[in-house]
Design a protein around this ligand. Structure first.
Ligand code: BG6
Length: 468
């Protein structure tokens, strides 16, 4: 066991369960090729699945996946293909894990990625434990981490039966995005934000995650999950944590997690009255969706954070499918100046900070300046701090590289996951009825009902209109 201050040793073999599945096809193979290209995966790579076929079939699938992603690189792919091995077998059968052990050869610190449904975690984790494959090993798991507090705890119990918490890496891919990391960096690498980053200056904080597409062949999965569990309880809550938490006192992963935990614990559990749920018209006709489904494809909600910094400041969150555009954006609205020196009409809108998290990375500050001319009349401008087209490495590549290195900073800890569920549990147990909305709209009109008087939703524009 490494000492608390000693950096952990890097993994020396990469194993992924669910090698023939959807997640591997869409995200993992392209990330593996990039890691190989960047020299970060110089180790055996073992795919495990129960699908028949051979290592040659897996190589072909890897190539199809990477070509589909548009990132095929002949040299890097050849190196990936040469390292790829395959174990085919039932996850409940001990011989599958015995063969995995043989494939791992001399490897002493494998990392096992469970790219499989949570219902299979128990069998795989038990198999890894009893076959010796878990010794000095790490495990990576994907969301959903349960569907409520009780199931999240059960999942943690399953994992902890074999892996200590410090060896468990829970992926929330939002934490691997450069724009999301920049929220934290911009807040704590600068001194000018802190004096205004509180209830005295901030009127409200809004986060919108809009997607113009629907459930796209994931109907059966999505109908069990819905927008609240799919993106709000995890991705958007993590964004809120980075926006609202206090600065960690040390530069280490545990200090960061502990500040997040403090924040999550200060968020008031949600009730039906804080939330509007919507479902786009036509959702029930999607393949895999129940004809009488009441699952939400849209949610708008108001969160309250009971800390001295944030008491009384509403945090509004909106997420949905089949909205007018695909964009994730945070806007922090500041309060208006205390007096209108130039008259009500002449004042521009109050200041704001805007962080676009995708598709581009944008950070800007909204201000008012005087228009040229005699009159003291203002116009609203945005001072652009950063405006990058997304040239970032993929979140999966970044997260897998961190997990291989044993760096837990970008992963979520068991107590944080459980605290996040505690916020959503009362709502999920008694959700408000779902309201329908037209595809291509900003959700049900009633979404405005979660806003406090005087507040309005900021609808992100399809095209950014920043001025330099
Ligand atoms: C996933 C959700 O976790 O995140 C999807 O399951 C969603 O429904 C996706 O579309 C959004 O991620 P990104 O990186 O495209 O914003």
């Amino acid at each position: 066991m490494p000492g608390a201050d000693r950096p952990p040793a890097a993994a020396d073999a990469f194993v992924f369960f669910g090698a023939t599945g959807d997640l591997a096809y869409k995200k993992i193979f392209p990330a593996l090729q990039s890691l190989v290209r960047h020299g970060e995966l110089d180790m055996p790579i073992v795919g495990v699945a129960h699908a028949g076929g051979s290592v040659e079939d897996l190589r072909q699938r890897a190539r199809a996946s990477i070509e589909h992603a548009g990132t095929y690189d002949a040299d890097a792919f050849a190196r990936l293909a040469a390292r790829l091995r395959y174990v085919d077998g039932d996850y409940a059968d001990p011989s599958t894990f015995a063969r995995l052990r043989r494939e791992l050869g001399q490897a002493a610190r494998p990392i096992h990625y469970l790219a499989i449904p949570p219902s299979l975690f128990g069998a795989v984790v038990t198999g890894l434990g009893s076959s010796g494959n878990a010794r000095d090993a790490r495990v990576i798991v994907e969301k959903p981490f349960g569907r409520d507090l009780a199931s999240a705890r059960a999942l943690d119990d399953t994992l902890h039966a074999v892996f200590p918490e410090r060896s468990i890496f829970r992926i929330d891919h939002y934490l691997g995005k450069d724009a999301v990391q920049n929220l934290l960096y911009f807040r704590f690498a600068n001194a000018f934000l802190e004096p205004v980053w509180n209830r005295h200056y901030v009127n409200d904080v809004q986060i919108t995650m809009a997607e113009s597409f629907g459930v796209e062949g994931r109907g059966a999965f999505y109908d069990e999950v819905g927008a609240l569990r799919d993106v709000v309880q995890n991705h958007l809550l993590q964004v809120i944590a980075l926006l609202a938490m206090d600065a960690p006192t040390r530069h280490d992963a545990d200090a960061m997690q502990s500040e997040k935990l403090r924040l999550f614990r200060a968020i008031r559990p949600l009730e039906a009255a804080d939330v509007v749920r919507g479902q786009f018209r036509g959702y029930r006709d999607e393949p895999g969706v129940a004809r009488n489904s009441t699952m939400e494809t849209f949610a708008a909600l108001r969160l309250q954070i009971d800390t001295w910094r944030w008491a009384g400041v509403p945090f509004y969150v909106r997420a949905g499918k089949r909205l007018p555009t695909t964009v994730t954006e945070v806007v922090v609205h500041l309060k208006a100046p205390p007096l209108s020196v130039f008259g009500e009409e002449q004042n521009g809108p109050p200041n704001h900070f805007r962080f676009r998290l995708s598709p581009q990375v944008v950070i800007c500050a909204g201000a008012s300046v005087k228009r040229t001319g005699d009159a003291m009349r203002g116009e609203a401008v945005e001072l652009v701090v950063r405006n990058d087209p997304s040239a970032d490495v993929s979140p999966y590549e970044r997260l897998l590289a961190h997990a291989i290195d044993g760096d837990t900073a970008l992963f979520t800890r068991d107590d944080c996951v459980e605290a996040a569920w505690r916020i959503f549990d009362p709502l999920l147990a008694a959700p408000p009825p779902v309201q329908d909305y037209a595809p291509g709209s900003w959700g049900p009109e009633d979404a405005a009902s979660v806003l406090l008087p005087g507040d309005a939703w900021h609808d992100p524009q399809c095209e950014t209109k920043e001025r330099a």
